[in-house]
Design a protein around this ligand. Sequence first.
Ligand SMILES: Nc1nc2c(ncn2[C@@H]2O[C@H](COP(=O)(O)OP(=O)(O)OP(=O)(O)O)[C@@H](O)[C@H]2O)c(=O)[nH]1
Ligand SMILES: [Mg+2]
Length: 390
Amino acid sequence: MKKLHGLDYTIAFAGNPNVGKTSIFNNLTGMHQHTGNWPGKTVSNAYGKCSYNGKNFLLVDLPGTYSLMSNSSEEEIARDYICFGNPDLCVVVVDATCLERNLNLVFQILEMSLNVVICVNLLDEAKKKSIEINLELLSDLLGVPVIGTIANKPKTLKKLLSVISSSLENKNNNLTIPSKLKYSPKVEECISMIEESIKSKLPDEKQYLSRWISLKLLDENISINEALKSNLHMDIDNDSDIQEKLNQIKSNLNDEASSITSIRDSIVSSIVSEAEKIREKTCIFANSKYNLKSRKIDKILTSKKFGIPIMIVFLAVIFWITIAGANYPSSLLSNMFGAIQDKLLIVFYNLHIPEFWTNLLIYRYVSNCNMGRLSYASSYGYFLSTVYFA
Ligand SMILES: Nc1nc2c(ncn2[C@@H]2O[C@H](COP(=O)(O)OP(=O)(O)OP(=O)(O)O)[C@@H](O)[C@H]2O)c(=O)[nH]1
Ligand SMILES: [Mg+2]
């Protein structure tokens, strides 16, 4: 869609699956995109318009993703839009009931966007679970505006629009600077070895992506090469300068008895520990016992010792239910319909319903156990049981 009179701004809505992106998008645009209480409802970008304070916004509802590593087509769609779709601002919608898990994506988007607003949605659910989030502190720690919302409360969405609007003004004045996650000294050293070469190959308006691209190359995320080639005409595979630097990094790592895998692990553990730190600082569990039970269960179910045996037992139970267990309710229903068929037959005879209709509506069969006795299954019962057991 074209920008109107230079007044329109494009706002991308990114976030984990099932955090309420589409619900917010629908309420802001008046559209009716599908929402659903299961992850992965939205699988492609949806576009809609809304206005606030004389500004026209084009809103883009992105598919929900847990990361932007391009492990799936949704991740690729979201990553390409955020990096190369040139949105003026990216709203990252996070779930207030599990902030820590959502921060992984937040850190990635802070690395690949200049203008970000964090929208902490599902505040009503968090309240029910006695979770309070210090939004101001979260904003200070992340270096971007943070606003709390409940998707079906227009008042909170108005505040979101107001924050978006002032953030866009700040962007024009270069006032917001998203915090960049600090990795281990080794990773930072590797980034600094390659970042300048990447920056020099990027167009001016995309130079801010250099750190993120460096990380992806260190992570050996090769799909980024294809994306850079098709979107920015930057051919990393055939760039001798960048390839040389990458080889140098790899050989240095081998000399030091570390490897690309250890760099990758180090990147992940920095993200996890930073997310944990931020959650500890900003989330208050008013009811400290809340979640205790499910955390204990989680610990057992995901432990190395019990996790796999419990999974095998569960699979065995499901297998048994599918093969043998289902016979019990089946025979119960079969007996029930059997009882109905006899009664129906008596009713039909008593009402003197012509044989034609009786034959048409009641399925006749000869009972094997009672030779000579004619038994009838009501077509209704027969029909129901056929549908049920099919
Ligand atoms: N209680 C409550 N429910 C919400 C809120 N926001 C969204 N929901 C519900 O959460 C579910 C998921 O909402 P969606 O808008 O489909 O989530 P999404 O982020 O677009 O999900 P994907 O498309 O899978 O990425 C729906 O059942 C919504 O009604 C909220 O603020 N409070
Ligand atoms: Mg959606």
